[in-house]
Design a binder for this molecule. Structure first.
Ligand code: NAD
Length: 500
C-alpha cells in the first residue's frame, strides 16, 4: 500500500519533491509506516531560499499591525487544532497525548508572544544628545533566516523559530527533523491559513546535505539550530564562517540537587516525572540527581515510584512513558545501560525489555532505569543518554554538588530541591547553568523571557524567543539627526570632535 509523501513548501505551494532519496516516517510504538519524507535536492533547497529572498522586500515593509494580526489568527487556529496536532505528534514521535498537547501549547505561547510584535520591536530614542541633535534606533529585519529543528519537540521548537523571525519582518526557510516532520507540516499549513504570504515561510526536508546548503548560502543571514551538541557545533562553525548570525541550542546533562530538608513527597514525584517523562527525550530532562547527605536514604522510595509508571503506546490512556524515537535510539540507550553495569554503577531499576501489550510488542521501548553510585568519567555520566535513565550521585554538601555541576561541560538546566532560602540563594548565585529551578524540575521559561543555555549547551549569545530573539532576528541601526533652520545654524567649518 502506498503511503502519503510529506511535501516541501516553496513559494507558497506544497510541492512533491523530485528527490530520489526518501525515508519512512514510522510510528515508534506500533511500527506503522505513516508517510515518507524526501531528502530535498540541492535545486529544491536553492529554490526555497530564492523564494524567501524574493518575498523579503514586500514583507519587510508590511505594517506591524498586519504582521501582528496574522499571528493573532494563527494562535487561534493552533488552539482550535491542538488535539488533532497532538494526535499526529504522538503517532510520529511517541510521547503521550497529554505531553504532545503540552508540546503544542508551549509553541502556541511563542505565537501569542509574536502577536505582540508591535511593542517588542520598538527602538530607543534620546532627545538632544547634542544641541539640536536626536538619536534613535531602528530594529530592522535581517532578510532570509533559516531554522533547523530536532525530533523531540516537533511542534514547540519550530514554533520557537519561524513565528518570531517572521513577525520581525524576515522571511524563513525551515528544515524540520526528518524523523517526525508531519506535525510540523500541519502547523505550517495553519500558518499559511492564518495569512502568511507566499514565500515568507518555506520548508525543505532532509539531513546533513540540506543543513550544510543552508549554512553556506550567501542569501541566508541568520541560522537558528536546536539539536545535539555534535551537529550544533558543526552548524555554528559552518554558518559563522559564511558570515551569518548563528544561535545553537544543544545537548544537556541536567542535574537536580536534593537537600534533606526538601519536601520529600513533592521532590520524589518531581524527579520521577522529569527523568522519565517523554522517555527522557527532553533537553531539559533531569538525567542526574545529586542526593546530598541524608537524602541518599530516599533511593528505595524513588525506585518504587519509578516502578509504578506504565510503559506503552503514547496514544493509549494511562501511559506514562512512551517509546524512544527509533530502533537505533533504543539500541544506544540499552548499550549505555550495559556499559554502566560494566563500569560498576549499581543498577537499581532495569527498564530494558519492559512488559508490553501485543499491539506495541515491536516498538522501541525502554522503561524507567535508575543507577546509583554513578561517577564522573563513566559513559553513564559523561554522555547525554537521551532516554529514561536516571543517574544518582551523592554529595556531602551543597557546595560539593555545585562544584560537580560546574565541572560538567553542559549547562542547560538544573534544579535545587530544598526548603532553605539561604541554600537556594547560594545555588542560584553560584551554579553556572542557563536555566535554574528552585523546587521546579524543568525550569523552561515562558516566552516573556528567553531560553538561556550556558557553556557546552549553547553557542551564540542570544537565545530563542523572548526579548533576546528580537535582537537576534533584527539589525540595530542608530540614526543621529539634526535639522537646520536659520535659528539653529552655527556657521563656519568645525574640524574638532564636538565637546557638547
Ligand atoms: P540532531 O542533532 O541529530 O538533529 C538536529 C537537526 O540536525 C535535524 O534537523 C537533523 O536533520 C540535522 N542533522 C543531523 N545530522 C546532521 C549533520 N551531520 N549535519 C547537519 N545537520 C544534521 O538532534 P536530534 O537527535 O534530532 O535531537 C536531540 C538532541 O537535541 C539532544 O541532544 C537534545 O539535548 C537536543 N535538544 C536541545 C534543546 C535545547 O534547547 N538545548 C532542545 C531540544 C533538543
Amino acid at each position: 500500500m502506498s503511503v502519503a509523501s510529506v511535501k516541501l513548501l516553496i513559494d507558497g505551494r506544497f510541492v512533491e519533491s523530485r528527490s530520489s532519496e526518501w525515508r519512512d516516517v514510522v510510528n515508534p510504538a506500533t511500527q506503522a509506516t505513516l508517510a515518507r519524507v524526501p531528502f530535498a535536492t540541492h535545486e529544491e533547497v536553492m529554490g526555497a531560499v530564492a523564494s524567501a529572498k524574493k518575498a523579503f522586500g514586500p514583507w519587510r515593509s508590511t505594517s506591524i499591525g498586519t504582521r501582528a494580526r496574522i499571528f493573532l489568527k494563527y494562535q487561534q487556529l493552533i488552539r482550535g487544532h491542538q488535539k488533532e496536532i497532538a494526535a499526529l505528534l504522538t503517532a510520529e514521535q511517541g510521547k503521550t497525548l497529554a505531553d504532545a498537547e503540552g508540546d503544542v501549547f508551549r509553541g502556541l505561547e511563542v505565537v501569542e508572544h509574536a502577536a505582540n510584535i508591535g511593542t517588542l520591536q520598538m527602538g530607543e530614542f534620546a532627545n538632544n544628545v547634542a544641541t539640536g541633535v536626536d538619536t534613535f534606533t531602528l530594529q530592522q529585519p535581517l532578510g532570509v533566516c533559516a531554522g533547523i529543528t530536532p525530533f523531540n519537540f516537533p511542534a514547540m521548537i519550530p514554533l520557537w523559530m519561524f513565528p518570531m523571525a517572521i513577525a520581525c519582518g524576515n522571511t524563513f526557510v525551515l528544515k524540520p527533523s526528518e524523523q517526525d516532520p508531519m506535525s510540523t507540516m500541519r502547523l505550517v499549513e495553519l500558518a499559511l491559513e492564518a495569512g502568511i504570504p507566499p514565500g515568507v515561510l518555506n520548508v525543505v526536508h532532509g539531513g546533513a546535505a540540506a543543513v550544510d546548503a543552508l549554512c553556506d548560502h550567501p542569501d541566508i543571514k541568520a541560522v537558528s539550530f536546536v539539536g545535539s551538541t555534535r551537529v550544533g557545533t558543526h552548524v555554528h562553525r559552518r554558518a559563522s564562517l559564511a558570515g551569518k548570525r548563528v544561535q545553537c541550542m544543544m545537548g544537556a546533562k541536567n542535574h537536580a540537587v536534593v537537600l534533606s530538608d526538601a519536601h520529600r513527597e513533592q521532590t520524589l514525584n518531581n524527579l520521577v516525572g522529569a527523568a522519565f517523562g517523554a522517555a527522557g527525550q527532553r533537553c531539559m530532562a533531569v538525567s542526574v540527581a545529586v542526593l546530598v547527605g541524608e537524602a541518599g536514604a530516599w533511593i528505595p522510595d524513588l525506585v518504587e515510584r519509578a516502578k509504578k509508571l506504565t510503559v506503552g503506546d503514547g496514544a493509549a490512556q494511562g501511559t506514562d512513558v512512551g517509546p524512544l524515537i527509533s530502533a537505533a535510539a533504543r539500541a544506544r540507550v540499552e548499550q549505555l545501560i550495559a556499559r554502566g553495569q560494566e563500569e560498576g554503577a549499581k543498577l537499581e531499576l532495569d527498564g530494558r525489555r519492559p512488559a508490553l501489550s501485543e499491539a506495541v510488542a515491536h516498538g522501541h521501548f525502554v522503561g524507567p532505569t535508575i543507577f546509583s553510585g554513578v561517577k564522573p568519567g563513566s559513559a553513564l555520566y559523561d554522555e547525554e543518554i537521551f532516554g529514561p535513565v536516571l543517574c544518582l550521585m551523592s554529595a556531602a554538601s551543597l557546595d560539593e554538588a555545585i562544584s560537580l555541576i560546574n565541572a560538567n561541560p553542559n549547562g542547560n538546566g538544573t534544579a535545587l530541591f530544598t526548603r532553605s532560602g539561604a541554600a537556594a540563594r547560594r545555588f542560584k548565585e553560584e551554579v553556572d547553568v542557563g536555566q535554574v529551578g528552585i523546587n521546579v524540575p524543568i525550569p523552561v521559561p515562558v516566552p516573556l523571557f528567553s531560553f538561556t543555555g550556558s557553556r557546552g549547551s549553547k553557542l551564540g549569545d542570544l537565545g530563542p524567543y523572548g526579548k533576546q530573539v528580537v535582537l537576534f532576528y533584527t539589525q540595530t541601526k542608530t540614526v543621529t539627526e539634526r535639522w537646520f533652520d536659520d535659528a539653529t545654524t552655527t556657521g563656519g567649518v568645525n574640524t574638532t570632535i564636538s565637546l557638547r
